[in-house]
Design a protein around this ligand. Structure first.
Ligand code: SAM
Ligand code: SF4
Length: 329
């Protein structure tokens, strides 16, 4: 079992398999993209599996594949197939923009993928295009239908941005009226690949809940799963549910059960730190799985209490301007 210095059990790894993306979401990266990590510096699938195997032996049982856009990585389905066979890995989840899944959903079901989080920030084609700088709303909607038709659990991730998509909160919520999806509203964070752009005047979790309760006064709080970052609610008569993720306010750190592995091999014990050690460098220098596990345990022995402490101790890069695609959203 992996336990950190604050007594939190760590059983969940978020694995960003690439920093590349086919969209350009305004809150994640600039229009011209980010300077991508050179291909040779990305973890290979073999390295990703080595790290997963090592950590699974110590108690990591849940994996989330994310990025960048994971389905841009060649042979992604092969990685998922291999990952699903790693001893100790009980659940694989995926976070994707949903634009590249056509024809793949049946295979995801066969592989036993537990859930898919789809990023969707507006149901209005024009606003979707303004936010993502691409015209792919129909693809994302088709993907959502395909996933629910295959009975794969779907969560919709909507980043709420001041002046950009507040008017989409209720239409997005109402997706859960007839469909068994969980709609999650996320506070915007400053990880947008742009120095100085920030998230000024952001919508807090309290603002989001208040906007929902103006129309749906009877929202009921659900019991949140262990380590959940979302505060979850149901509305009478809705097939699905909704949640709010206080990603910037950081209200959930006390029960955080996760670590992150970035595309370039950095292990992060908090989204807001800027990397604790690099497994790619260790593996390429010939380190054993045992050595990697020891490095992880040492990192967990000095883990920051919460995201505010992690941010205050960042070694460099103030203000925060990495893209979520590079750090594994
Ligand atoms: N490309 C995939 C996608 O969009 O779902 C996976 C990677 S993306 C970085 C993972 C999640 O991070 C998405 O749900 C996205 O909305 C969220 N995200 C990206 N930048 C963010 C920001 N600045 N603040 C809050 N959430 C952000
Ligand atoms: Fe790409 Fe996801 Fe970032 Fe949007 S949020 S630019 S889809 S990595």
């Amino acid at each position: 079992m992996l336990i950190d210095n604050h007594g939190r059990e760590i059983n969940y790894m978020r694995l960003a398999v690439t920093d590349r993306c086919n969209l350009r979401c305004f809150y994640c990266m600039p229009e011209e993209g980010i300077s991508y990590v050179p291909k040779a510096a990305l973890l290979s699938f073999e390295e990703i599996l080595q790290v997963t195997e090592a950590f699974a032996k110590e108690g990591i049982s849940k994996i989330r594949i994310t990025g960048g856009e994971p389905f841009l990585r060649k042979d992604m389905m092969l990685l998922l197939a291999k990952m699903s066979q790693v001893e100790g890995i009980k659940e694989i989840h995926i976070t994707t923009n949903g634009t590249l899944l056509e024809g793949k959903v049946g295979q995801l079901k066969e592989l036993g993928i537990k859930s898919v989080n789809l990023s969707l920030d507006s149901l209005d084609p024009e606003r979707f295009k303004q936010i993502t700088r691409r015209d792919d709303l129909p693809k994302v909607m088709a993907c959502m239908q395909d996933l629910t038709a295959h009975d794969i659990e779907v969560k919709i991730n909507m980043v709420v941005m001041k002046g950009k998509n507040e008017q989409d909160i209720l239409p997005m919520l109402e997706l859960a009226k007839d469909q068994p999806v969980a709609v999650r509203f996320i506070e915007e964070m400053p990880f947008n690949g742009t120095e100085g752009q920030g998230n000024q005047g952001f919508w807090s979790h309290a603002d989001i809940l208040a906007a929902i309760q103006e129309k749906y006064a009877l929202t009921r709080k659900l019991k949140d799963a262990a380590g959940s970052t979302s505060m979850n609610y149901s509305i009478d008569g809705f097939a699905g549910s909704f949640g709010i993720i206080a990603a910037y306010s950081r209200t959930f750190c006390g029960t955080c059960n996760r670590i992150r592995l970035t595309p370039q091999g950095l292990i992060k014990t908090c989204l807001y730190d800027n990397g604790i050690f690099n497994v790619r460098d260790m593996l390429r220098a010939g380190a054993s799985q045992e050595a990697i596990v020891q490095a992880l345990k040492a990192a967990l022995n000095h883990r920051f209490k919460d995201g505010h402490a992690a941010e205050a101790h960042r070694k460099s890069q103030f203000p925060i301007f990495e893209s979520m695609a590079t750090i594994g959203g």
